[in-house]
Design a protein around this ligand. Sequence first.
Ligand SMILES: Cc1ncc(COP(=O)(O)O)c(C=O)c1O
Length: 369
Amino acid sequence: MNIPLIDLKKQYLYIKEEIDNAIQNVISDAAFIGGKYVNTFEQNFAKYIGIKHCIGVGNGTDALFIALKVLGVGHGDEIITVANSFIATSEAITMTGASVVFVDCEEQFFNIDVNLIENAITEKTKAIIPVHLYGQPAEMDTIMDIARKYNLFVIEDAAQAHGAEYKGCKVGTIGDLACFSFFPSKNLGAYGDSGVIVTNNDNLAKKVRMFANHGRIEKYIHEFEGVNSRLDGLQAAILDVKLKYLDKWNQRRIKIAGMYSEGLKETLMTPYELPYAKHVYHLYVVRTRNRDKVKSMLQERGILAGIHYPIPLPFLKAYSYLGHKPEDFPVAYALKDEILSLPIYGDMPDEEVNYVVENLKNILKKHMI
Ligand SMILES: Cc1ncc(COP(=O)(O)O)c(C=O)c1O
């Protein structure tokens, strides 16, 4: 049996007719940039999240960059984020001219360790970007308390957490602004790059919309310089079809995660869920010794596992100028050799899940890992 980390072809075949029609409608209407398909998706996604404004942008990295820019972040500012994320989180910070300040992650949940945030705050700190990593919400109550105490902005990086909940609230509704990516492999994925910024703040929403569209509201009336980062009609129409299935696919991910955890709990460290959160399992990440050996043995059996991420951000060559040492981020540093993402996607059948469980158990038992 061959099991990919995620199977996007299977998902397309499941909704082929609706997707094909949606694409055809956009082309027939020549509604390529802006227009009704973008407006409809923005409204529907805002409704789904339970927020006032949703503004489409080109991708999740742009969403973070634009969110920082409209908050006035730039040279001389410091922005705090977590050591274990995708580089987009920190890249967006330095793209504004601000400095990135990394904080280690928490051992059990893999999200930013909120007990370390206050130590990282200086008078230059302007915002915190918590990442809802792998689909599990960061500890938002504490983060918001710290932000209020030090008068900081909070931008949620919700790129991996469409539909995740923290104490009954969907992620994206808690910070000043939140950013979602619709990279194809995300829980809600487009057929190319795209993203959105969501907020309840009217003023910030207006600025975001203008900044993402060359600093204008009306054609050729530019109030300031912005960027060209827009959600296009085709992606919006595709996303609008897929949004209807998001809860169903997330439920299936949660079910698969349960099957994995039940089957594997005796043999390795399965993910820990915050009791008051809804984890939507963008990734199902276990911890094991001899991770690289386990990964290649799974591959020999047709199972493609992943590593998210093999090098924590502070130790990437891109950030060597910060001069960080392993002891600065001991948890992220230790996790990098142990984490393994097992295949998971919204249409993954039980047989595939069971095949992964059985093979992984056998590998761990036979090789005494
Ligand atoms: C945590 C995180 N932040 C930001 C991004 C950036 O999104 P995009 O690839 O759409 O630019 C991603 C996804 O790739 C991500 O996983």
